[in-house]
Design a protein around this ligand. Structure first.
Ligand SMILES: [Fe+2]
Ligand SMILES: [Fe+2]
Length: 266
């Protein structure tokens, strides 16, 4: 079962020196009595899952950092990746604290031994780094920006809005890092590796497709004010696939299959 530990003391103080401002958020202002019980439960599910995805992002950028070190990527670019790990751990803290204010996490079964991203066995270091940059930054983070922006626009609770605001402020650069990696790495990649990376991007987009393909369900609680979503959010995700992922990747000769993307967006 997914569970977090917190040490406190000097390690907490160090994190908060590096990522200040968490105490300024309006903790303790959530009034759940204003929402139907089903909405509060759905919000707990959304935010419990959010804590996990932030944690998984920390693992992904840690792996990307190591992979970039192994292929001699620019030092300042590697430092940015390592710093994003701390962003994500700070996001874990904020999301977890918010989940507690919503009534606590719902159980989430996951073996943390499998938290690191998987890369192609035997791939050379540059390609390993390119694979993680693609899945983690170019695709996942590029989709998380519009998703989070829509949730923030819908969030009516000051605490939810403030937490989303804080997370969103970091996500833009998280989505840039992968493309900055390709600025550096692209000349070293072969055409075959670029084609492989294009398929990987399509597979990753496909894995996220349920986010915009799920059937609207009238009886499902949509706790919009508590961090939920709506159809406009799904449209924003569809748009991001072209504008934030496919078009910028094409500039590196990493060309996604139009027909496959059209089918996924439909
Ligand atoms: Fe994050
Ligand atoms: Fe992120």
């Amino acid at each position: 079962m997914f569970e977090l530990a917190w040490r406190g003391g000097a390690t907490e103080a160090r994190l908060h020196r590096r990522r200040p401002g968490s105490e300024d958020l309006p903790w303790g202002t959530l009034d759940l009595s204003r929402y139907p019980g089903a909405h509060a439960l759905e919000a707990r599910k959304i935010w419990s899952n959010g804590v996990f995805t932030e944690y998984a992002s920390a693992a992904a950028f840690s792996s990307l950092t190591t992979a970039m070190l192994a292929c001699g990527a620019p030092v300042d670019l590697v430092a940015m990746s390592a710093d994003i790990v701390v962003d994500e751990l700070f996001h874990v803290e904020l999301s977890a604290r918010l989940t507690m204010e919503l009534g606590g996490a719902v159980p989430l079964a996951f073996d943390l031994a499998n938290i690191a991203p998987v890369t192609t066995p035997g791939a050379r270091p540059l390609v390993r780094a390119a694979e993680i940059a693609m899945t983690t930054s170019c695709v996942s983070e590029s989709l998380s920006v519009p998703a989070m922006a829509r949730s923030r626009a819908l969030a009516s609770e000051p605490l939810i809005r403030a937490v989303l605001e804080r997370l969103l402020a970091d996500e833009g650069p998280h989505a840039r890092l992968g493309f900055w990696f390709f600025d550096w790495a692209n000349d070293e990649l072969t055409d075959g590796e670029r084609a492989h990376l294009a398929r990987l991007a399509e597979d990753t987009i496909e894995a996220y497709a349920p986010l915009w393909q799920d059937v609207p369900c009238e009886s499902c609680a949509l706790p919009a004010g508590l961090g939920g979503h709506d159809d406009a959010g799904k449209d924003a995700l569809r748009a991001a696939i072209t504008t934030s992922i496919a078009s910028p990747l094409a500039r590196y000769g990493i060309v996604l299959d139009d027909a496959r993307i059209a089918a996924l967006v439909a």
